[in-house]
Design a protein around this ligand. Structure first.
Ligand SMILES: Cc1cc2nc3c(=O)[nH]c(=O)nc-3n(C[C@H](O)[C@H](O)[C@H](O)COP(=O)(O)OP(=O)(O)OC[C@H]3O[C@@H](n4cnc5c(N)ncnc54)[C@H](O)[C@@H]3O)c2cc1C
Length: 426
């Protein structure tokens, strides 16, 4: 899906980074110019470790420049579920990491004065069914009792009008610590910060092949050049191609699509989402939506199309979905339609680690990478610098390829996977 996104259309002026030509040396070569790669570079440069980021298109051209910009606490699934699976201590660590990830983003934005409309007004998780609200109440009680987390509250159906002007939902759970931002402008700002710190970024520089030298050095070849480094990080997430088979086969890419209305009168938009929160819902094929700094409603959902016609239907259906939630927007013109790939793992949690061949990786954030990918960049940098906390509950020791992955994103398999995933989280 290559349509122009709202974020690209309203982006700050980009820095043009050159294409890699000839031979270059650095400490760490990073493949992928999204949040994960740029943040890894940022945190290494901070410690005077020289990096080169190779991006096959432009920085932020993957999910990092196309997402909903909802910077959310937590993970796919409830923390109760994760505490059952991984134990309470690990769940506590995981939760703290998710809070740290948003604090980290906020501090980077402040430090480098990144103009990306960061708003930390919390998130609202809307209940599609009454039973979903009951589950949210249990989760909120669990969070307060076992994770000492006091920033979550429940909104009953009769009070929902104080948050959203819709009758579509049966109540909600609000988390005050989440945020939203202009996703591409954050990526571009992070890229500029890396550049100012002496990190090198090369665009239109697809990593084609990796070779290893006997002395332990790694060589990455692109069309017109090569990079020779001590360490390599691959953070290509749902856009992983054939560069590293094990990484590619551990990620399930799922399409998500978005639409954005024309700029709406302020009083209309402020009435739709009253407290300017990042909203998502508990529907099997979820919706997520938020206000934008230029007064639009950006509305997302899931979808995968194999033909252009399917694709048009998906956008049409998404608009119908938006109108079902907010009938008052039936005449609002849709100015932008776009999509991108979200990366999932088999366990539904993001993976971070180092493979036997020395490659560092971090991927599979599901719909939570706008927050977590920046923290993963910092953690990968710490692993490389041998400063990492080895008790991190998201570290995986090996990557096991996903069974039905042979055709990589085959429609049927993916859709089944996605529906199962939605069942588990709703
Ligand atoms: C439509 C949509 C909506 C979303 N909404 C949200 C949301 O609201 N909140 C949220 O938390 N998350 C959301 N996500 C997910 C979030 O965007 C991702 O989790 C996050 O951006 C991942 O960042 P990343 O750096 O790991 O990957 P990416 O940003 O995808 O970066 C990977 C990069 O690697 C590059 N690449 C791939 N192969 C090579 C190669 N061989 N050589 C060089 N470069 C290569 C790609 O071009 C790409 O730029 C959404 C995603 C999509 C698509």
């Amino acid at each position: 899906m290559e349509q122009l996104s709202l974020w690209e259309a309203t982006a700050n002026k980009r820095t043009d980074f050159p294409q890699l030509e000839g031979e270059h040396f650095c400490d760490v070569v990073i493949i992928g110019g999204g949040y994960s790669g740029l943040s890894t570079s940022y945190h290494l440069q901070e410690k005077n470790c020289n990096t080169i980021v190779l991006e096959q298109n432009r920085i932020g051209s993957g999910a990092s420049g196309r997402n909903g910009g909802e910077v959310l606490t937590g993970y796919l699934g409830s923390m109760q579920e994760w505490a059952k699976k991984k134990g309470l201590e690990e769940a506590k660590q995981m939760w703290q990491m998710s809070l740290d990830s948003i604090d980290l983003i906020e501090s980077i934005i402040k430090k480098h004065e990144i103009d990306c409309a960061f708003v930390r007004n919390g998130s609202l998780y809307a209940a599609y069914k009454p039973s979903h609200l009951e589950a949210m109440k249990k989760e909120q009680e669990f969070m307060a009792k076992y994770l000492n987390y006091e920033h979550m509250h429940i909104v009953e159906k009769e009070d929902l009008q104080e948050e959203l002007n819709t009758n579509f939902y049966h109540g909600a759970s609000v988390d005050a610590k989440s945020a939203h931002f202009h996703p591409l402008n954050y990526a571009l700002g992070l890229g500029n910060a890396v550049h100012q710190m002496g990190g090198k970024i090369f665009e239109h520089s697809k990593a084609l092949r990796i070779e290893r030298k006997a002395g332990g050095k790694v060589i990455v070849l692109t069309e017109k050049g090569r990079v020779i480094a001590e360490d390599i990080v691959i953070v290509t997430n749902a856009y992983s191609g054939d560069l590293h088979d094990r990484i590619k086969r551990s990620i399930v890419p799922v399409e998500s699509i978005m639409i954005a209305t024309e700029p709406l009168p302020t009083e209309v938009l402020e009435d739709v989402i009253k407290k300017n929160r990042a909203v998502s819902d508990s529907k099997r094929l979820l919706y997520y939506f938020r206000r934008t700094a230029d007064n639009r409603l950006a509305f997302g959902g899931s979808g995968r199309a194999s033909t252009k016609r399917d694709q048009e239907n998906l956008f049409h259906n998404l608009r119908l979905g938006m109108i079902e939630v907010f009938p008052q927007l039936k005449d609002a013109k849709i100015d932008y339609e776009w999509g991108g790939k979200v990366g999932f793992t088999k366990s539904m949690l993001p993976y971070i680690g180092q493979l036997e061949d020395g490659t560092y990786f971090g991927f599979g954030y599901g719909g939570h990478g706008a927050a977590m990918a920046s923290l993963f960049g910092k953690l990968i940098a710490q692993m490389i610098l041998k400063e990492a906390d080895i008790n991190n509950p998201l570290i995986v020791k090996s990557l096991k390829p996903i069974p039905f992955h042979s055709q990589h994103a085959r429609a049927v398999g993916i859709l089944k996977f996605y529906k199962k995933l939605q069942d588990r989280i709703s």
